[in-house]
Design a protein around this ligand. Structure first.
Ligand SMILES: NC(=O)c1ccc[n+]([C@@H]2O[C@H](COP(=O)([O-])OP(=O)(O)OC[C@H]3O[C@@H](n4cnc5c(N)ncnc54)[C@H](OP(=O)(O)O)[C@@H]3O)[C@@H](O)[C@H]2O)c1
Length: 243
């Protein structure tokens, strides 16, 4: 896939499955050539490439562990050669392997921070070298980051997402003069969540009384792409969670 100069290119990390896959499809429909970063889901990545091509759009899957800064640099060098630019980066990788903080394995800590936070930074670094003025970075966070309260399970995940919010704001301030906007979209409990409460209990936490859909998240991503005066913001898409 080689992008013509007038084509826009989006990179989505963790793009082969679940939310990332949905975002790849909706960004392709919006007209982006999509570069799908994935780690191990070869079959899903190929199927998605084919599905996007069959719909008349362009996609290229790239196998890259975002926690490996050399692999990320090589992947963006490849994009520089193949597509030539990055107009949008969506940092969607966000591994959640909750353990009680009193028993949190240091290796799990390292892996979570490496993939969710350092990996997002490596991708920002690589994408920004190829990003024209007016480009976008959208980081996927988690609902409730503002005024976060103690949670004894999943501290590594919450630290990674809080760090990603700090990075979002730093990059937004730094790149605003170039009209590059950096924002965060923070899902609440999605309908495919690994620890979704029973349907009759969800309204205890979510005032709107339902889990989020993948399309709820895509809507916020598309809003941010249209909202050309919005940067450094974090949007909870969570049905009123913690209101
Ligand atoms: N699902 C929810 O309820 C929920 C709630 C709040 C926030 N979020 C956030 O939404 C985002 C997407 O959630 P999800 O549940 O759809 O994600 P997910 O299924 O946990 O992960 C998406 C993909 O990330 C890829 N990945 C993981 N580590 C990687 C690495 N080191 N390098 C490259 N790719 C890697 C995996 O690719 P491979 O399959 O190729 O290995 C995986 O398919 C995450 O940031 C998550 O924190 C989700």
């Amino acid at each position: 896939m080689s992008a013509a100069p007038d084509r826009r290119v989006a990179v989505v990390t963790g793009g082969a499955r679940r939310l990332g896959r949905h975002l790849c499809l909706s960004l392709a429909t919006r007209g982006y050539d999509v570069v799908i970063f994935y780690r191990s889901s070869d079959d899903d990545a190929r199927t998605l490439e084919e599905e996007i091509a069959a719909a008349g759009h362009r996609a290229r899957a790239v196998k890259v562990d975002v926690a490996d800064k050399h692999a990320v640099a090589a992947a963006f060098a490849g994009i520089g050669a193949a597509e030539g630019r990055v107009d949008l980066l969506v940092n969607n990788v966000g591994n959640y392997n909750p353990q009680d903080v009193t028993a949190l394995d240091p290796d799990v800590w390292d892996e979570t921070i490496a993939a969710n936070l350092s990996g997002a930074y490596y991708c920002c670094h690589g994408a920004l070298t190829l990003m024209p003025d007016g480009g976008n970075i959208i980081n996927i966070g988690m609902a409730g980051l503002e005024g976060i309260r103690a949670n004894t399970r999943g501290a590594d995940y919450y630290v990674s997402k809080t760090g990603l919010l700090v990075l979002t704001r730093a990059l937004a301030a730094a790149y605003a003069p170039r009209q590059i906007r950096v924002n965060m979209v923070s899902p609440g409990q999605l309908e495919n969540s690994v620890d979704l409460p029973p349907a009759d209990e969800i309204s205890r936490w979510v005032p709107m009384g339902r889990s989020g859909t993948l399309d709820d998240i895509a809507q916020a991503v598309h809003y941010l792409l249209d909202a050309t005066y919005v940067t450094g913001q974090n949007i909870d898409v969570a049905g009123g969670y913690r209101l």
